[in-house]
Design a protein around this ligand. Structure first.
Ligand code: HEC
Length: 142
C-alpha cells in the first residue's frame, strides 16, 4: 500500500516537471534557432559600434520594432502582449544568436526562419543598411 502511494506521488511529480518543461513559460525558455541559409550565412554588421549608425538605429527601432519588442527589447511592447508566442527578447537574442541570424529574421521574416508569422519581413520596408543600424542599436540595449 505504502509503496503504491509513493509510486503515484512520484508519477505526479514527474508529470508536473515534464509539463513545466514543455510549456516553456517564464524566463528559462529555450529557443530553437535555425541556421540562416547560404545567402545570409556569415554576414556581419558593417556598422557595428558606429555611434551615428546606433543613433539612426534607435529612431528606426522606435518606429518599427518597439511596439512589439518593447523599449528595452525585452519583448514586452504593448502590441506584443496579445501575441502567442510573445515577441522575442532581443537583448537575449543579440547575445545568443549570430548577426547573420538576426539580419535574416528581420529581412526575411519569422515564417522564413521557422518563427512566428507575427514577425513580419522587413525586406522592402527597411534597407539593408537600416536593418544593420537597428541591430547595432539593439546590441546596446540593457
Ligand atoms: C507585430 C509585432 C512585431 C514587430 C513590429 C516586430 N517584431 Fe520581431 N518578433 C515578433 C514575434 C512575434 C517574434 C517571434 C517570436 C517567436 O517565434 O518565438 C519576433 C522575433 C524577432 C527576432 C528573433 C528573436 C529570436 O530570439 O530569435 C528578431 C531578431 C526580431 N523579431 C527583430 C525585430 C526587429 C528588429 C523589428 C523591427 C524592425 C521587429 N522585430 C518588429 C514580433 C514583432
Amino acid at each position: 500500500m505504502k509503496k503504491s502511494w509513493l509510486l503515484v506521488v512520484s508519477i505526479l511529480a514527474l508529470s508536473a516537471i515534464l509539463l513545466a518543461a514543455c510549456s516553456g513559460g517564464g524566463g528559462g525558455e529555450t529557443i530553437t534557432r535555425q541556421d540562416p541559409p547560404a545567402d545570409y550565412a556569415g554576414k556581419t554588421n558593417p556598422v557595428a559600434g558606429d555611434q551615428a549608425a546606433i543613433d539612426a538605429g534607435k529612431a528606426l527601432y522606435e518606429t518599427n520594432c518597439l511596439s512589439c519588442h518593447g523599449e528595452k527589447g525585452l519583448g514586452d511592447g504593448p502590441a506584443g502582449a496579445s501575441l502567442d508566442p510573445h515577441p522575442g527578447n532581443l537583448q537575449a537574442a543579440s547575445k545568443d544568436a549570430s548577426e547573420a541570424y538576426l539580419y535574416w529574421v528581420v529581412d526575411a521574416g519569422g515564417t522564413a526562419a521557422g518563427r512566428s508569422a507575427s514577425m513580419a519581413s522587413y525586406n522592402g520596408v527597411l534597407s539593408e543598411e537600416e536593418i544593420w543600424q537597428i541591430l547595432a542599436y539593439v546590441k546596446t540595449l540593457k
